[in-house]
Design a protein around this ligand. Structure first.
Ligand code: ADP
Ligand code: MG
Length: 169
């Protein structure tokens, strides 16, 4: 049994899970489950259009990490990075307003991405090349009805295999 499990971890490098949520609450609940499984140094790359639910999912993730409900988790507006304190520092980064790679360089995101906290990055498609080889990629999109979202969770690199397994069970 254990052997099967090890083989699963070793070879399933790009696993993908697809969820459909039917309300903001359901998206937050999924985020909560993800947040529970994150560790110091984890990187969550959120990709999806405006209104796809990236901030909503982040709110759930933040609760799952143990961020107190009185620390309101909203998208960073002018400062682009909000820091929260949970079981470890949590950096909520939003690259919506980033126009080019020079602006991105000015932000000095390496400090956060290669630091000891957890990074949750909205509009992460704008910096995919700068991410380490392992990260959790989450694609969000509008689905059939106004309140339905498709949320695709992919582990890039081997590091997040266990997290994906945790979400299945
Ligand atoms: N299933 C759902 N999941 C997440 N948000 C939803 C869902 N259904 C409706 N919504 C609404 O969609 C909007 C998502 O906004 P937000 O999370 O800020 O998106 P983004 O950060 O991707 O721009 C919110 O107004 C939320 O109430
Ligand atoms: Mg947002």
């Amino acid at each position: 049994m254990r052997k099967t499990h090890d083989a699963f971890s070793q070879f399933s490098q790009n696993m993908q899970l697809i969820f459909t949520t039917h309300s903001p609450t359901e998206t937050q609940e999924l985020g909560y489950r993800i947040g529970k499984l994150l560790k110091k140094g984890s990187i969550v790359a959120l990709i999806g259009d405006l209104g796809a639910g990236k901030t909503c999912l982040t709110q759930g993730i933040a609760r799952g990490i143990g961020i107190d409900a009185n620390q309101v988790v909203n998208s960073p507006s002018y400062i682009l990075i909000n820091e929260y304190t949970g079981s470890c520092p949590v950096y909520h980064i939003d690259l919506y307003r980033i126009r080019d790679s020079a602006e991105l360089d000015d932000l000095g995101l390496e400090e956060y991405i290669y630091g000891h906290g957890i990074c949750v990055i909205e509009w992460a498609d704008r910096l995919l090349e700068s991410l380490p080889e392992s990260y959790l990629k989450i694609l969000l999109s509008h689905a059939k009805t106004e309140d339905t979202r498709t949320i695709e969770i992919i582990n890039v690199g081997a590091e997040y295999t266990k997290l994906i397994e945790g979400l299945i069970s």
